[in-house]
Write a protein that binds this ligand. Structure first.
Ligand code: HEC
Length: 292
């Protein structure tokens, strides 16, 4: 078979625009996925930011309490006042009877503070107009249900494999790495994806697998970033070398640049990140309030 090679650099501009448009959109999608993770799983332990605890709570559950209690301490924190929250929790601990639900006026709190979101029009979250739906949440928190895991698993497998199909295809026309390393980079996200989803199920069975979810998720993100950067670089910035040639002035500049970068990373870690997290958090809670 005669060999037929396309390289990213030599593509016609319209094709480059097509590829770049796709890569940009998918990158923004990835960003939103991360924000989504931060705001659902990230809040599972009641603190902002993703931790192993969040993952354990999301998949294995927090078996020291009921779903309702854990949500009120986690992502539903602040939806009711502390006193109201206390009242709900007390009702749960006292056996969550329907009588007490009405007599203790827990129903009033739920109506006033929860039903605006948890009603029959809301998709995917329980409708609190029905007592049974609340009652169900007063049992031990066993994390993700098998039906929700099945649903999310198949959506992720189908959806993400498509994303990596196109990213891998675009990246396969790159020339920076040898065929061997390209094959590894292209295959990696699929391996990570399968491990990621498998580890959700494993974590559902035992919390020790939670770190596997983090590793697999991180690996998937790294493969994504690597293929993305190389593809964009080869399409538009091929003339510029990745690194210096052996001349001393350039090396010196590189050293300075690395120093600057390290400083920037330190600054980002110490000041920028906490501040922007706080900003992001408050702007999203503002947005969340506006959109509900
Ligand atoms: C602004 C809208 C909104 C309000 C108000 C709200 N919730 Fe939620 N609730 C959600 C969303 C969205 C989810 C799904 C995401 C999540 O689990 O964090 C959810 C999930 C839950 C869950 C988990 C359901 C499940 O099946 O896992 C519980 C329990 C819950 N809320 C309780 C409450 C209670 C109690 C209140 C009132 C004090 C309340 N929520 C107020 C939007 C809301």
């Amino acid at each position: 078979m005669s060999s037929f090679k396309i390289t990213l650099n030599e593509l016609d501009t319209p094709v480059k625009v097509l590829f770049t448009g796709y890569l940009t959109t998918v990158a923004i999608g990835y960003l939103f996925a991360l924000i989504q993770i931060l705001f659902t799983h990230g809040m599972a332990d009641g603190k902002f930011g993703l931790s192993i605890d969040d993952i354990v709570y999301s998949y294995y559950g927090n078996r020291s309490g009921t779903v309702l209690e854990n949500k009120l301490a986690g992502s539903m924190k602040g939806k009711a006042t502390e006193q109201e929250t206390f009242k709900i929790i007390q009702w749960v601990r006292d056996g969550a009877s329907q009588n007490e639900y009405v007599n203790g006026q827990v129903d009033k709190i739920i109506d006033a503070k929860c039903v605006m979101c948890h009603n029959e029009d809301a998709a995917g979250i329980p409708n609190f107009d029905e007592f049974e739906n609340i009652k169900e949440l007063t049992t031990e928190d066993e994390g993700a249900t098998f039906s929700s895991l099945t649903r999310v698993s198949h959506i992720h497998l189908f959806g993400i494999s498509f994303i990596f199909m196109f990213i891998g295809l675009i990246f396969s026309f790159s020339t920076t790495a040898s065929s061997k390393y390209k094959s590894i980079a292209i295959g990696m996200p699929y391996a990570f994806l399968i491990v990621d989803i498998l580890s959700w199920w494993l974590t559902k069975l035992h919390p020790m697998f939670a770190s596997l979810i983090m590793v697999a998720g991180g690996g998937m993100g790294l493969s994504f970033a690597f293929m993305w950067v190389v593809s964009i670089k080869e399409m538009w910035f091929m003339e510029k070398a990745w690194f210096c040639k052996a001349e001393p002035t350039c090396k010196q500049k590189l050293k300075q640049a690395v120093k600057l970068l390290l400083k920037a990373i330190k600054f980002t870690q110490m000041t920028l990140l906490p501040k922007s997290f706080a900003l992001l958090k408050s702007s999203f809670s503002w947005l969340y309030k506006k959109m509900k």
